[in-house]
Design a protein around this ligand. Structure first.
Ligand code: SF4
Length: 375
């Protein structure tokens, strides 16, 4: 990653006379209309970092519910660094994209060990931490230290493309040109506010459909508006076709306890816990897939009961149907080439382990059903 403060060589974007007007109008609008969000109440670099990592893949309304409880649990980089990963995942549960939590944890450990537990005002050092890509780098250092680093994400990308009228060379060079365009617009003061304002304008005014150009502080500077193209810029890329996936999950019960297993530390849902499950393979039935899972992934002999629950959920373009089967433990000792850990838990203990949102639905059912027999 090439990461340095704003360069001045991008003359093709925005005439010089226009740049101060865009900065001034946008910042004035931001001062009046920005949303009152919890992460805007102070400029603590650690707080900014946590909020920006959360906001990377998650909607604002969801992050509002997670941000303050997370900071209460982990009030400093040192506390975050010293916490067990499982505790961090528990506080992240339901927000998805759990690799972010793992990266945050590893980065905090590095900062606690090598940098005194603070966020360094250093592009190379901060940019080398796990999970710190160009967006997080610019968002955090511009807000915390007024570093002249741009950001481009979905909202600011749309605003920039419309302001520029989506010139052909932008389409040809992809986001690289947009980062340059974002750089030339940066002011010398209030850089972080300017970056926030660009995103806020995209979220509140310059929306994907029906942009509110009449209420926009940049109407006079906007090429798309001048050309009447605000509804067609940016063009839509076709959504990838949905993929239907059938899975089987197995709730193995041994007397009053249930088997919960931990996923590997790499890949999807890394380090999270779950009820064992897998995709149904070609020519497998529900039962044969369940038998394969218990035999090959858990090394257990079980007796299957009835279907317990069907959960439908989506992961990116995958539309997943998970059928959960009950099974009674008969013999064997948990052993797995895939899962890194397995625990026999009482239902009341299920809340202590981080699981994905669909798996939590199943856990809730089991916790609620502890007074009745499932088999
Ligand atoms: S004038 Fe319209 S299209 Fe242009 S930036 Fe403002 S809201 Fe977006």
């Amino acid at each position: 990653m090439r990461a340095k403060d704003a360069c001045s060589k991008a003359p093709q974007f925005f005439p010089r006379f226009l740049r101060p007007r865009i900065r001034r109008n946008l910042l004035r609008w931001f001062d009046r209309h920005q949303r009152n969000l919890p992460w805007r109440r102070d400029r603590d670099p650690y707080h900014i970092w946590v909020s920006e990592v959360m906001l990377q893949q998650t909607q604002v309304a969801t992050v509002v519910r997670y941000y303050e409880p997370f900071l209460r649990a982990f009030p400093s980089i040192q506390v975050l660094a010293a916490a067990p990963k499982q505790k961090i995942l528990c506080h992240w549960e339901g927000m998805g994209y759990y690799a972010r939590a793992g990266n945050l944890h590893r980065a905090a450990r590095k900062l606690a060990t090598d940098h005194g537990g603070g966020i360094p005002n250093d592009v190379d050092v901060f940019g080398s931490l796990p999970g710190v890509g160009r967006y997080v780098l610019g968002a955090v250092l511009s807000q915390a230290f007024n570093r002249r680093l741009p950001i481009v994400e979905a909202n600011s990308r749309r605003v920039l493309l419309r302001l520029l009228g989506q010139k052909p060379h932008l389409a040809a060079t992809g986001n690289g040109a947009l980062w340059q365009a974002a750089e030339v617009l940066l002011p010398h003061r209030r850089v972080g506010d300017f970056n926030q304002a660009l995103m806020e304008l995209g979220a509140l005014i310059c929306k994907p459909t029906d942009p509110r150009c009449d209420a926009c502080p940049l109407t006079e500077c906007c090429e798309a508006r001048r050309l009447g193209l605000q509804e067609v810029i940016p063009g839509k890329s076709p959504a990838p076709p949905a993929k239907l996936i059938q899975e089987v999950g197995v709730v193995v019960r041994k007397e009053n306890r249930i088997l919960l297993v931990q996923r590997p530390n790499r890949g999807r849902w890394a380090g999270m816990w779950e009820f064992p499950h897998d995709q149904i393979r070609a020519r497998e039935s529900l039962d044969s897939a369940g038998r394969r899972i218990t035999r090959e992934m858990l090394a257990l002999k079980v007796r299957f009961g009835s279907e317990l629950l069907t959960i439908k959920h989506s992961v990116t373009q995958n539309r997943i149907t998970l059928v959960c089967l009950e099974a009674e433990y008969r013999a064997g000792k948990f052993h797995s080439e895939f899962y890194q850990n397995g625990r026999w838990l009482y239902p009341s203990q299920l809340n202590d382990f981080p699981v994905s949102a669909p798996q939590r639905k199943l856990a809730r059912l089991l916790i609620g059903a502890r007074q009745r027999t499932l088999f």
